[in-house]
Design a protein around this ligand. Structure first.
Ligand SMILES: C[S@@+](CC[C@H](N)C(=O)[O-])C[C@H]1O[C@@H](n2cnc3c(N)ncnc32)[C@H](O)[C@@H]1O
Length: 209
């Protein structure tokens, strides 16, 4: 049994990562960003430590992982999150509005019987979801100037809020860009709702126990 305190300590002491205030990064800046992979195992360890069972991610893996997962390539900037969640033995709901992304998940990961790929809008899905969520991973609306990414992620959190287990985790990708990026409006709400923000950087991890 993993102790919560030891995982929390590891997350709090993750090394600081480069933070970019801009929305549009150059290819060179994109290449300098920390990749999400290293956070995923820690999130799974934390989920095990709080004995959580249900993962809901909004924004599925849109590029297959067709290389050694130990190695990191440019495609890993997105994260391949669904691939990593499948390594846990949790019940996973991976939701994406884009049919091609949904197909990518089906084609590459459907051998994982614990994974339920869903082709739907994230907010719509969360409003109707009728189980308790132990880990909510928010990684949908891209950080582009024409997209209301921070507002939409906040709406997604609001749609999930009453379904979150008492002990739970909310993780948000792309919080190292655009002044908090996808988490800019969600993070202050999480604090109001009693979450402890364990780290801020590429992936923000918030825990409530
Ligand atoms: C950054 S990618 C997700 C990357 C993935 N989590 C990973 O680590 O590989 C964002 C995804 O969110 C999806 N998306 C955008 N708007 C959405 C919405 N309203 N509901 C659900 N998914 C959405 C896009 O289709 C896209 O596949």
């Amino acid at each position: 049994m993993i102790e919560i305190d030891s995982v929390v300590k590891k997350i709090r002491f993750l090394e600081k990562v480069p933070i970019f205030s801009k929305v549009k990064l150059t290819d060179e800046e994109q290449a300098k960003r920390t990749k999400p992979k290293k956070y995923f195992q820690l999130i799974i360890d934390l989920l095990n430590a709080i004995e959580g069972e249900i993962i809901v991610e909004i924004g599925s893996m849109r590029t297959p992982i067709d290389h050694d997962p130990e190695l990191t390539f440019m495609c890993c900037n997105d994260g391949h999150s669904t691939f990593y969640w499948c390594k846990s033995e949790k019940e996973i709901y991976s939701v994406d509005i884009n049919f091609n992304t949904y197909l990518c998940v089906i084609r590459n990961l459907s051998k994982n019987r614990n994974l339920q790929p869903v082709n739907n809008g994230g907010i719509k899905f969360l409003k109707k979801f009728d189980k308790k969520i132990d880990l909510l991973f928010l990684d949908a609306w891209d950080v582009y100037p024409h997209i209301k990414y921070s507002e939409r992620h906040l709406q997604a959190y609001f749609a999930a809020k009453d379904k979150m287990s008492d002990k739970c985790i909310v993780a948000i990708d792309d919080t190292d860009i655009a002044f908090g990026g996808k988490g800019k409006l969600v993070i202050p709400e999480l604090i109001k709702d009693g979450f402890d923000i364990l780290n801020e950087g590429r992936v923000t991890i918030a825990l409530r126990i």
